[in-house]
Ligand binder design. Structure first.
Ligand code: NBP
Length: 480
């Protein structure tokens, strides 16, 4: 039998995707640079479906029906280029190479253009959901030509997660579109995790609640509008007790957050596009701050309030339900972070001519991926409405949610400042909200400063044209 698809790169992600394909009844040809991985996969999981083990790229190519579909699941970067160079000369026009790794979308654009010249479809596919998602159903974001999606889409949709029977996989757009949206997905994931961490910190330090009590709070929140995978696993992590010490697990983990780079890429590209993604940027910087060991050591004794942990008494004193306030602040900040992420996707899509459908994207992020949440159904609805909102903040559902949440949101940010608990995600989200809704911004003053020192000119509110004041002379306005 000819295999329907080949997978090369059988570390955890590739092996699990190959098994997922086989479990769905597709014959899968499998290959890995080091042959032991191929052998292990077939020995351990051969009973799950039909695998064709291949020792060389030539064997893999020979095992496939035409047009050939080869999924590359190797380490992103140089290894991906090496594998493409190994396979491309063995392929024929119309064949498809799919990169399911975490590639930078600019690399994907470069690779797609080069392979198109050789008649080969190159599909950069974002895959989210980690190891478990790869095996049980990930969210898949394939870019590339419409023609390649016609040949590949049904297979990918088959192995993707399903929500209400709808597969979490859709054609995102040409060339790098799939990897671009995967990048922003990860950026949003960073922001969401940071906001959850701030909520935890405010309740832990501000109210003196224990990790076990907070596990209950997050489990409760997971039953409402915040219901999501990240909230669910937060409750699990907080409930975990470290076996050797008997302490809460979260108290024995070093407080330095690491990163592999997709959050940083999101912010770098947002800077290039001029899109304010302050929530994602704050999340990336917060991880960097946590890891700045020397700075933190040097600054530890600086004066400021020390959060008191006097327990529920503080809550009674304040006369408000601080736990509910924090929940509202988290929800509002999360709306802002997602609105910013979708705004970056809109800007990228316009810049590169991808025509990404934000509603379709929200639909495929409802399941399989790390940011899966009930909330994404609301985003889908907002983008499927007759008029596409300029920002999610003005979609009626979210406008109402922000109106309900904002008193609590302001109280929480003010409280964080008073208590000396850093909440950059909450406070920058609120600042963004207030900036967007402001009648006037102090940018007018900045324009004045720029004109003063650099003759950079300014525009007026009452007349068309470009103006400059002769600051060093008679200070009269000149129309330029
Ligand atoms: P790794 O990212 O750890 O890569 C290991 C694989 O790359 C092995 O199969 C290895 O072959 C192969 N490889 C390397 Br390294 N250099 C190679 C070369 N020059 N030529 C051929 N093969 C080479 O695997 P992973 O964690 O399964 O991730 C695969 C991709 O999926 C990555 O791009 C990753 O960013 C992405 N991803 C991962 C996750 C996740 O949760 N882990 C989620 C979503 C996406 P060998 O066995 O011979 O060394």
């Amino acid at each position: 039998t000819q295999a329907r698809i080949g997978v090369t790169g059988l570390a955890v992600m590739g092996a699990n995707l190959a098994r997922n394909l086989a479990r769905h009844g597709h014959v899968v040809a499998v290959h890995n640079r080091s042959q032991y991985r191929t052998k292990t996969l077939v020995e351990e999981f051969g009973h799950e479906g039909e695998f064709v083990p291949c020792e060389t790229p030539q064997e893999l190519v020979a095992a496939l029906e035409r047009p050939r579909r080869i999924l590359i699941m190797v380490k992103a970067g140089v290894p991906t280029d090496a594998v493409i160079e190994e396979f491309a000369p063995l392929l024929e026009p119309g064949d498809m190479l799919v990169d399911g790794g975490n590639a930078h979308f600019l690399d994907t654009r470069r690779r797609e253009a080069a392979l198109r010249e050789r008649g080969i479809h190159f599909v950069g596919a974002g895959v989210s959901g980690g190891e478990e998602g790869a095996l049980l159903g990930p969210s898949i974001m394939p870019g590339g030509s419409a023609e390649s999606y016609a040949a590949l889409g049904p297979l990918l949709e088959d192995i993707a997660a399903k929500v209400d029977g709808v597969p979490c996989c859709t054609h995102i757009g040409p060339d790098g579109a799939g990897h671009f949206v995967k990048m922003v997905h990860n950026g949003i994931e960073y922001a969401d995790m940071q906001l959850i961490a701030e909520a935890y910190d405010l309740l832990r330090q501000g109210l003196g609640m224990s990790p076990a009590e907070l596990a209950d709070v997050f489990a409760e929140w997971n039953r409402g509008e915040l219901s999501s995978y990240l909230i669910e696993i937060t409750a699990e992590v907080l409930r975990q007790v470290d076996a050797p010490t008997g302490k809460p697990f979260v108290d024995v983990v070093a407080d330095r957050a690491e990163q592999k780079g997709t959050g940083r890429w999101t912010v770098q590209i947002a800077l290039d596009l001029g899109v304010p993604v302050s929530g994602i940027a704050e999340a990336v910087f917060a991880r960097a701050t946590s890891g700045a060991v020397e700075l933190r050591q040097a600054a530890r004794g600086l004066p400021g309030p020390t959060p008191h942990t006097t327990g529920p008494a503080r809550e009674a004193q304040a006369g408000t339900d601080f736990v509910e306030d924090v929940r509202q602040a988290l929800y509002a900040s999360k709306i802002v972070a997602y609105a910013q992420g979708f705004d970056q996707i809109r800007a990228g899509s316009a810049e590169y001519g991808w025509n990404v459908d934000p509603g379709a994207l929200a639909t495929i992020w409802r399941g399989g991926c790390i940011i899966r949440a009930v909330f994404l159904d609301r985003i889908r609805e907002a983008y499927e409405a007759a008029r596409t909102p300029a920002t999610l903040l003005v979609a009626p559902y979210f406008t109402d949610a922000l109106a309900v949440a904002q008193d609590a949101w302001r109280r929480v940010v003010a409280r964080a400042v008073e208590l000396g608990i850093p909440a950059p995600g909450f406070s920058s989200a609120l600042a963004y909200y207030d900036a967007l809704r402001a009648e006037r911004l102090p940018a007018a003053l900045i324009q004045g400063q720029r004109d003063f020192f650099g003759a950079h000119t300014y525009r007026r509110i009452d007349r068309e044209g470009v103006f400059h004041v002769f600051w060093s002379g008679d200070r009269m306005e000149i129309e330029g």
